[in-house]
Write a protein that binds this ligand. Sequence first.
Ligand SMILES: C[S@@+](CC[C@H](N)C(=O)[O-])C[C@H]1O[C@@H](n2cnc3c(N)ncnc32)[C@H](O)[C@@H]1O
Length: 425
Amino acid sequence: MRNLKNEVRALHEVVIEKTSFSGKGLDALGKQVVFSVLRQFFELQAITHELLDKPLNQKHIDLELLIMCGLYAVDHLAQPVHTSVNAAVETSKAFNKAWARGLVNATLRRYLRDAQNIRHKALTSDTAISNHPDWFTTSVQQYWPEQYQHIIDANNTPAPMHLRINCQKISRDNYMTKLEAENLGCIKSQNSPHCLTLMEPVPVERLPAFNRGFVSVQDEAAQLATLILKPVAGDHILDACAAPGSKSCHLLEVEPGIKLTSIDSNSDRLTMVQDNFTRLGLQGDIIHQDLLQIDDDQLACFDKILLDAPCSATGVIRRHPDIKLLRQANDIDKLVSIQRQLLENCWRMLKPEGSLVYVTCSILPRENEHLVAAFVQQHTDAETIDIPLSIGHRQSPGYQLLPTVGSHDGFYFAHLRKTSASIML
Ligand SMILES: C[S@@+](CC[C@H](N)C(=O)[O-])C[C@H]1O[C@@H](n2cnc3c(N)ncnc32)[C@H](O)[C@@H]1O
């Protein structure tokens, strides 16, 4: 019988210690359980509170998390319900509380007896119904009222697996043939010429020639950043917040004749950039630097800059459901301040007549068009370049894609050109 102790520990790390879910120490099923409990967290928590006669003390949070794992297993795992209940009951013995076993057993069995009625009573608040924190639903209702349900549904549905085919090694059509030979169905993206969408996600080891660098995993919308920047042979390009390097790699795959400098402030994540370059057979300069501080000799040196700024990640919640528990409303002010400073510094690193693509995986206008509009207003040498996309929402300035069931993640793009005029102070 499966013990759910590792799953409870992983949930504890996110919910109480507020650290990102890494999946470390969990097998595939364990990751699925934790990932799904995080995705359905507010719903499962409301049901657990409805089932318990009185709320558990905070010091017993692990038991509450165990019950939530049990509820998920009962409803979603392809095994008899009593196997799921027994697994949770067995796990409860590890908590060294004499009463825990009886409580977990009684709570899950009560759910099995009367699930529909209990769900009906529990799922009354916006938080429980939407499975999102209040600050997020309030923001989405404010900024995207017509798209609200579309966004919530997308965030609550597992994302498709998009591949980026390394066009230096194989064409998309030929890679599609390789996938089909392995019985891996896929369709061509309409939005990126390098993208295939798998019908079913698979571990990367099952992707033909993955280790030989034929393919990477990257969302379809994320691939648009390179296409918008349009690398040309001879360009000196800065990928300003580069780690783990997906966009750096895509830039080099599309145009190996560029000189690429990839900078990031996180040294651990930077090692992933080098690993990706090695696997894909690409070359670029990798620099560890906090771009909130730049040197004089870095001014006006780049023809093009990709600034994929750190952000709320509200466009990729379906891929990182821990964001719903980790991100707080007041994080946005801090992020906006960092994004502004990074944009300001990157602008100083851009040559006159150069261009910059500002990207976030946020759907919040404050991190996106509000920030870029204010920047353009304050800089007489900044002008916007139109982004010709046939999907998403044109903003002023820039373009917003919202997370979409069966399709791309939520991303914002703005494309700016630096004229020769001086900066207004
Ligand atoms: C959205 S991620 C970048 C993803 C990456 N562009 C890719 O496509 O693989 C944002 C990155 O910004 C980096 N970052 C955050 N603050 C930074 C700073 N002050 N200077 C440089 N990099 C920073 C983070 O370490 C993180 O790797």
